[in-house]
Design a protein around this ligand. Structure first.
Ligand code: PRP
Length: 213
């Protein structure tokens, strides 16, 4: 029997993803959020976990190198890959919001609005219909720095606790999307390995029902 391959996003949602699989008795001893190993196998259950950058999870799943994966809705929206989004897992909750230095108002702008973001596609789509000229500045982190340093007028970024905004003198102008971790699947794997993938989905659903009771 071939292994079922699972892509997990390193970083923010890694711990909750690992916890979820442990709760449903998959990858029990092997899975460990402090390990630096990139491939972990549960020989007994014939399941293989791979740990990749969040933005790469949809790529691995679309290509079928991973059959299933767990990744944030933000990454799914930004990457726009051809995959199935199966289930909202309810953890990793945050928002994608527009923020700026306190007091800044978008209608103050006369020329193009400079937007710093890790999410150029999400930002572009959102402003597309608003009739505002925009200039997207793609950053890879510390996005809140951009308005402070005059690199951008606003940012489009993840807000979880709101601490990063607050401690840097920024505030939310508008919330754009609610985000949480999602269970995704490769489209072919979902058919060919439906038995085993459905079993995992059922186990997750039962565990979550028990948790919410
Ligand atoms: C994210 C996001 C914000 C911060 C929001 O960055 O881009 O900077 O977390 O969280 P908060 O509302 O709880 O303060 P991340 O920690 O992923 O690091 P990065 O800046 O390197 O992208």
């Amino acid at each position: 029997m071939s292994y079922l391959s699972v892509a997990l996003a390193k970083g923010r949602i890694a711990e909750d993803s690992i916890k979820l699989f442990k709760k449903i008795n998959l990858g029990k001893t092997e899975l460990n959020s402090t390990s630096r190993k990139l491939v972990l196998k549960d020989e007994e259950e014939k399941i293989k976990f791979i740990f990749v950058k969040p933005t790469d999870v949809p790529t691995y799943v679309e290509r079928g190198v991973a059959d299933i994966g767990i990744v944030g809705k933000d990454t799914i929206m930004e990457e726009g890959k051809n995959i199935y989004e199966i289930m909202d897992l309810g953890f990793g909750k945050c928002k994608i919001s527009i923020a700026a230095l306190k007091g800044f108002e978008i209608h103050d702008m006369v020329t193009e609005l400079k937007i710093a973001t890790k999410y150029p596609n999400i930002a572009k789509n959102y402003f597309y219909n608003k009739g505002i000229d925009i200039d997207i500045i793609k950053l890879n982190g510390s996005v809140e720095l951009a308005p402070i340093m005059g690199l951008s007028d606003i940012i489009v970024d993840i807000v979880e606790t709101g601490r990063t905004l607050k401690e840097n003198g920024l505030e939310v102008i508008e919330d754009m999307h609610n985000i949480s971790a999602r269970f995704i699947s490769n489209k072919v794997s979902f058919k060919v390995k439906n038995n085993v993938i459905s079993k995992i989905i059922n186990k997750i659903e039962r565990y979550r029902e028990g948790e919410n009771r």
